[in-house]
Design a protein around this ligand. Sequence first.
Ligand SMILES: [Zn+2]
Length: 295
Amino acid sequence: MRLRDKGVNCPTRCVLCNSDDDEDSYHLFFKCPSSSNIWTMFDAFQSMSGVINQGQDSAGNIFNMLQVLNAGDAALFCCTLWSIWKQRNNKVWNELTDAQRFVFDRAKTLLDDWKTAKDFCQPTSNMQRPVQYPRWQKPLEGRFKCNIDASFSKHLNRVGIRICIRDDSGSFVLARTEWISPLCDVHVGEALGLLSALEWVHLLQLGPIDFELDAKRVVDSFLSAQHDATEFGSIIHRCKTLFNLFYENSSVEFIRRQANEVAHELAKAASSSASFQILVNIPECIEHILINEML
Ligand SMILES: [Zn+2]
């Protein structure tokens, strides 16, 4: 019918049932006796067939059906539509008659093959293996690790900064908490966290140390040679200067949030505490994480 509408002179009779009905998509997929027979093989479609509305076109009916079928049945429904379309084309273009049972089986086979291929391509999909979050790693022997995180409190108009140092056995060495007011953009606050750590840690004379934070933008800018004239850029510039001046054989690296849990938990508790604190004993709120990460 669409070809007719575009001026192509072709027969409009349905090739599957030879009725005088115009072969539009509604007829082909739902009204044609051949297709109706095919749908009788599909139980889920049968139980939902009440949603098929003669007053609507095929697109509307397909949409309605997809709303009521579960995901698996909706997939088979789509494959069956495709297989009916293929049956029709085989008749028109290849003069082949696909049996109705074959049409439905072809749809099921297509779906099964697709599922098998999908499983094969994704052997580590969520269905088969739980998501593995990155874990915090101890520093190499003789080194220290310093995790930094910032938290942002609109309510208190403050940025909390937390810095936690551990040794190569994963044991807690020292932590520092502070807050800065007023609140600023996240990347600026995270950059101030790195600056604060770099200003403090070299005074402890620990030797080689790996700084880790979960702010990718800060780490990328720190490692980049590009000049940035913004406030953020000048903080990063100051970080680079301190790092080059005081830290030998050390590093600044990005880690995912899940591996920065100690600093993150400390930072959450930040804004309510005094403006500046050095913690010599393991703070209670991170004890369980520290023990976990030492294992
Ligand atoms: Zn027909």
